[in-house]
Write a protein that binds this ligand. Structure first.
Ligand code: NIG
Ligand code: FE
Length: 434
């Protein structure tokens, strides 16, 4: 078999051999480098990754299109495994309020925060939400993200949660980026249920979840387990119901208050637990046993000026799988750029550039149960490949604030060329830039 696309003369960086399980403990950041390196692609998949020019030539023919990387960095596409992608309206006013000292949970309790976005998302039409979502997807793709997880949770009525999830489904059809949908009806208690928590939990379990499952709109179920959001018992009830509908489980756990979400995630065999700033060592031990991936969101911690940081050292020591993600949302982290996230992961959470890289690629793929198909450059995997104007992996977190992405290949198709979108009609952007 000959390749239809060859990326030649790159500095190829990738993990290999972790398709069946994430990189744990001291193995996090085990990255291979091939320089010069060659990536051969056929029919949307990786055919071969090699350092041998002769081998690369033997698998390419006159029909093989060639990209000369000229020493640039060649790496797997970023997997952003935690975002709240689809919403209406931004909240820069709350950013200013938080700078003036008002705590995030107080803004929520006063009807702002998540509820502010809920009001605007409810008022938005499906077409408006789709425009916003496609614009965010374009911005992510331009920065090198090739798979993104996306949660609902700004609807909080059955109709509005379904609206958000249908928009995500439509976006998936229209945009080259892979979107992995998560139902998060339990993101906040909507005002019409204040004083009737049990009623809302029942609505999520008895009405929303069955509809979401029936329409096949989500792969995962997530809950914001937090003071002023949902208690441990409510979270358990909702996630157990989600499990009954064969949804994978995730949990916003121990972010601002140590409620014991990490323990609950482990008990329920959740695929991931997110934030984990206040997770105890004993609870992390349980997560190591259950193989629950810790999805760390260092940009959120930074932007909320959290004095405490997630216990990354404990996680690595105990063998908890670690991934990082942007948490893209209008409140705590309006960040789409996984390159900039590398800087936050290194500076704020103390990862090395290689650890941050593995946590954003192969381990993030495992956080979405996709370790066998994406997250690394290995024969047989989906051809999601980036070429960056960077001489080394370390250059990415170091040279912060600049988009270094030159080329993005998604499923074997060149979708970003010279830093500009090149998918779709005439290579034009489908939407206005974000
Ligand atoms: O992960 N913590 C809960 N959810 C989001 C924030 C959502 C918002 O503020 O709109 C998070 O940070
Ligand atoms: Fe989140």
């Amino acid at each position: 078999m000959k390749a239809d696309l060859l990326i030649a003369n790159g500095r190829v960086v990738t993990t290999r051999g972790f398709s069946q399980g994430p990189q744990l403990g001291s193995r996090l950041g085990e990255v291979e480098e091939l320089s010069p390196g060659y990536v051969l692609i056929s029919d949307g998949r990786i055919l071969l990754v090699t350092g041998s020019f002769a081998e690369a030539r033997s698998l390419s023919g006159s029909d093989t299109r060639e990209i000369d990387a000229r020493g640039r960095l060649v790496m797997p596409g970023y997997v952003d495994c935690h975002t709240h992608l689809s919403f209406a309206g931004w909240r820069e006013n709350e950013f200013a309020m938080r700078l003036a000292g008002v705590p995030y949970l107080e803004i929520l309790a006063a009807g702002g925060g998540i509820l502010n976005t809920v009001r605007r998302t409810r008022a938005a039409t499906e077409a408006e939400l789709l425009d916003n979502t496609l614009a965010a997807l374009d911005a992510m793709l331009l920065c090198g993200t090739t798979t993104v997880e996306a949660k609902s949770g700004y609807g909080l009525t059955t109709a509005d949660e379904l609206k958000q999830l249908r928009v995500l489904k439509e976006a998936r059809c229209r945009h080259p980026l892979d979107v992995v949908p998560t139902f998060m009806g339990a993101h906040a208690l909507p005002p019409e249920y204040s004083g009737n928590r049990a009623g809302y939990v029942r609505l999520v379990i008895e009405e929303m979840l069955p509809r979401v499952a029936e329409e096949g709109l989500a792969e995962f179920c997530d809950v914001f387990c937090e003071d002023k959001a949902f208690t441990l018992d409510e979270s358990r009830a909702i996630l157990s119901a989600g499990h009954g509908y064969k949804l994978g489980l995730r949990l916003h756990a121990d972010e601002i208050t140590p409620l014991g979400g990490a323990k609950l995630a482990a008990e329920l065999g959740a695929v991931s637990a997110e934030h984990l700033i206040h997770a105890s060592r004993a609870h992390l031990e349980l997560m190591a046993k259950s193989g629950t991936v810790a999805v760390l969101l260092p940009a959120t911690a930074f932007l909320l000026r959290s004095e405490k940081k997630a216990p990354v050292k404990d996680m690595l020591e105990l063998g908890v799988p670690v991934a990082v993600a942007t948490d893209f949302n209008p409140g705590t982290s309006p960040l789409v750029n996984m390159q900039l996230l590398q800087t936050f992961a290194c500076i704020h959470y103390g990862l090395t550039p290689r650890q941050a890289f593995a946590a954003s690629t192969i381990n993030a793929a495992h956080a979405l149960r996709r370790g066998a198909t994406i997250g690394s450059l290995e024969a047989g995997k989906q051809a999601d490949v980036l070429v960056l104007a960077a001489p080394s992996l370390e250059f990415i977190p170091y040279h912060l604030g600049v988009n270094l992405v030159h080329t993005v290949i998604k499923g074997g198709q060149i979708v970003v060329t010279k830093g500009a979108l090149s998918y779709g009609e005439g290579g034009k952007t489908q939407t206005d830039p974000l």
